[in-house]
Design a protein. Structure first.
Length: 232
């Protein structure tokens, strides 16, 4: 949960990202024994396993790469859905962009280091391929949805129409299902989901426009050699 969610509009939107996106994704992955990221600040590790996999790696997304190293050695990474912890999220666009760019770099670093997991016959392999699909959807969102929104604001709707017909209903249905499941877990613990309608509105309308291009930049920064970036 986001501890500083009432600080400003940026933190209000991130509260819904943690509730609807991050927590829900890890819940499903854990059910299928395929949790792909054990966040460094809220995880417990067995030290004997850490020694076997070589400890913490030196890279941008160290917790992502470490989790994949653990999975490579056939250990299970789980998610405790009823463990409530609070995190302070970035409060400015600059710090948010830097955090998410680093997270995106971590995904590519994990794929480059432990890409062999893509071909393992385990249920968790499905979610690794799903991660690759997220790279694709980030790209489509950036090159299609954002231009469609800009064109619609100028009265040109030929691109926005198909996006609205196919993407929006599926997104709404998916978020409703996630909200229902997440809320049920809270009620089981005797907790209530905090009211944050403005954050939800921003999360639905603005958040993706901010997040997806930054994710693409993070992927590219890890894929393009450093000397090539300097030349550009």
């Amino acid at each position: 949960m986001v501890g500083n969610s009432r600080q400003n509009p940026m933190t209000r939107m991130q509260e819904w990202d943690y509730f609807q996106g991050i927590s829900a994704t890890r819940r499903v992955q854990s059910l299928c024994q395929g949790t792909l990221v054990a966040p460094a600040t809220f995880s417990l590790y067995r030290t004997d396993i850490l020694r076997v996999v070589g400890g913490w790696p030196e890279c941008a997304g160290e917790d992502i790469v470490l989790t994949w190293a653990i999975l490579r050695d056939h250990h299970r990474v789980g998610y405790a859905e009823d463990a409530i912890a609070f995190v302070r999220v970035p409060t400015s666009l600059a710090s948010f962009f830097e955090q998410r760019r680093r997270w995106s770099r971590g995904v590519v670093e994990a794929l480059k280091t432990y890409g062999s997991l893509l071909f393992r016959r385990k249920l968790s392999t499905f979610f690794i391929w799903w991660n690759l699909l997220l790279l694709y959807t980030d790209l489509i969102y950036t090159v299609a949805l954002i231009p469609a929104t800009v064109l619609a604001c100028t009265g040109i709707y030929w691109l926005a129409g198909p996006v609205l017909v196919f993407a929006v209903p599926m997104a709404l249905l998916g978020n409703l299902v996630i909200y229902a499941v997440q809320s049920r877990m809270f009620h089981t613990l005797g907790l209530n989901v905090r009211r944050n309608p403005l954050g939800l509105l921003g999360y639905a309308l603005i958040y993706g426009l901010l997040l997806k291009p930054v994710s693409i930049a993070g992927y590219l920064s890890c894929l393009i050699p450093r000397h090539a970036r300097h030349r550009v």
